[in-house]
Design a protein around this ligand. Sequence first.
Ligand SMILES: Cc1ncc(C[n+]2csc(CCOP(=O)(O)OP(=O)(O)O)c2C)c(N)n1
Ligand SMILES: [Mg+2]
Length: 745
Amino acid sequence: MATTKVDPKLNESDIAKTAKTYQGLTSQQLIDAYRIMFTSRRVDDREILLKRQQKVFFQISGAGHEAVGVAAAFVLKPGYDWFYPYYRDRALCLALGATPYEMLLGAVGATDDPSSGGRQMPSHWAFKRLNVVTQSSATGTQILQAVGCAEAGRYFAQHPNAARKAEGDYRQFKDVQFQGDEITYVSLGDGTTSGGEFWEALNTASNRCLPVIFCVEDNQYAISVPVEVQTSGGNISRLVSGFPNFHFEEIDGTDPVVAYAAFKRAADHCRAGHGPAFVHVHVIRPYSHSLSDDERLYRPDGERQADAARDPVHRLQLFLLREGILDEKGINKIEKEIDEQMQADTDRALEAAVPQPDTIYNFVYSPDLDPASAAFETHPALAAPETAADGKRSADSPNKTSPNKTMADLINATLRDEMHRDERVIIFGEDVADASREEYLKQKLIKGKGGVFKLTAGLQLQFGSDRVFNSPLAEANIVGRATGMATRGLKPVVEIQFFDYIWPAMMQLRDELPIIRWRSNNAFSAPLVVRVAIGGYLTGGAIYHSQCGESIFTHTPGLRVVFPSNALDAAGLLRTAIRCDDPVLFLEHKRLYRETYGRAPYPGPDYMVPFGKAKIVQPGTDLTVITYGAVVPRALQAAQKLEREHQVSVELIDLRCLNPFDWDAIAASVKKTNRALIAYEDSLSWGYGAEIAARIADQLFHHLDAPVKRVAAADTFIAYQPILENAILPQSSDLFRAMKELAEF
Ligand SMILES: Cc1ncc(C[n+]2csc(CCOP(=O)(O)OP(=O)(O)O)c2C)c(N)n1
Ligand SMILES: [Mg+2]
């Protein structure tokens, strides 16, 4: 943190008695900068030593990047602005207020490591008190999250009531803080600018005029790959220069005075609300990529020596001497103090307690709010009047509810009710708005779209364009921004238009969203809802509008996965998803959106179904069928035919929620019927049913009178021609045959 107080440990002769400032930096600030930069280098050196002694397990250094970090921290405000740094930003974190001891706790993997409690590699910074947000090892995933963070800050400034605490849902556990003129800082390496998410983030920050400082720390290498291979023409500044609303800087990042001035101009632009800033800093990387890399294999001595001549720590030392700010004695004194403190910190860190094996499941999910608990079990308020478009639910308004609401109707009604109840709920995705050109709506020239399946119809009209809006056609953009927003306390309910197109968001969905709580040891969390239209049986949906694939996500700890089969469950589970404290993947089967099967009356604005509670669709005694989604009505049809024609009594279980799932319901049923069939729409091998089958074989072996069977799609792709689609997806006739065989076994 910048301070203008003269260090009392230095005697008068240490400090030149000059009021001269350097781009606004006082002599004392430059001494502070040296102290921090030298400390940063010393922590790296100490960690390298400890790694060689096998007392720590990984090391990656911030060497060569120190001046930039200190300069940025002197301009920005810890605990006020927000920070999405990367692993080279040791000096930034020290200058913001993190201590060398805390960093050494990270290196040894101690319980008290504030970044992760020993769960992440060192240099993966997270300091909650400073607003330094948890980061992963995946290069570039922080950039879209930083954009979402900035959007959240702006949203809360415009909707201050949304920031209020509320009891009984996720808001109880999420403190919100925001400042009207806050800045979000995000940094990355030159190689990381090659990733698509970098460009998506610049595009959105530019388009929405967001107060984000993007700092590209260009050390010319991404491990061994030089910058001209990553970046066409070798200079990222040239490529990004066309983005509107940006302030651009390209500077020598080994000079803290130059860097300070650049960050100051960048911050002024952002705080004034003019838009984002791009600060391209040319730095050096004197220590190889990490301790697992030897740069002598790909960089000749001459190049490395030229780099060394620009070492920012040496440069600042020479500057202080040349300007008479410190003499050699003063420098030595500072360095000696730091070295002594480093030894003491190292000794302490090596003695620090390490985490115990029984903690490994802590914070996979929220420790505060269990979505499977009775708190999320309410009954449908039958004959409840639906919320009107003006948000009022007046007692004298006649009940306009039809007894036959579709799943699409009730999802829309649930979104409407929750947006009404909780101002933190915002919706974005592709085509979800009624119309981005809202003047057309205002002039009543058009009716509006509201989603390709119309699930969000009317919500923008009712709640405004800052709560319901279209995203660019970029799925990582949707999930990455939403994750940043949720980290700040908003509740984004975003839409992925088709499950088939979820994959650009996969890095965010696999490496980020579900892990934020665990990897930060509960310091950060990102509870949000990703609604996804999924599934086939569409007649003509073909390969790219029909996919399932839910087991890929149930295989990801930290993510709740829900897959309702009917309108009432969809309403109740979506409400639980929105109010709970975990990230939820909410899978909506397209074929079921407007199906006659499973329609229901509007259940009122508080109807909830807890996660992990299956529904017995029909009780039975001869065999158990475990399924979910669009296979439920098909299995029911088959079971009813089997009962009619062969007097076989099938117990049909609709899981409704896939993670957590209702093992108790499965076990109770299989113990009664002694026969189990698992049916699912996804392709057979390695699918969701494989896990259920394995558990039944493992834990209910002695109760089985027949092998556990599965019915699922063929291990191929879903074809356009209906004859092929029918052959590929599990049909009622396939289910009938399998049930009959199992009953006869
Ligand atoms: C998505 C992803 N791919 C690959 C890696 C492995 N990796 C870690 S750092 C790195 C190079 C990063 O280079 P750059 O962005 O220039 O940052 P620098 O380390 O040079 O500061 C690579 C390839 C990763 N962490 N994440
Ligand atoms: Mg690099």
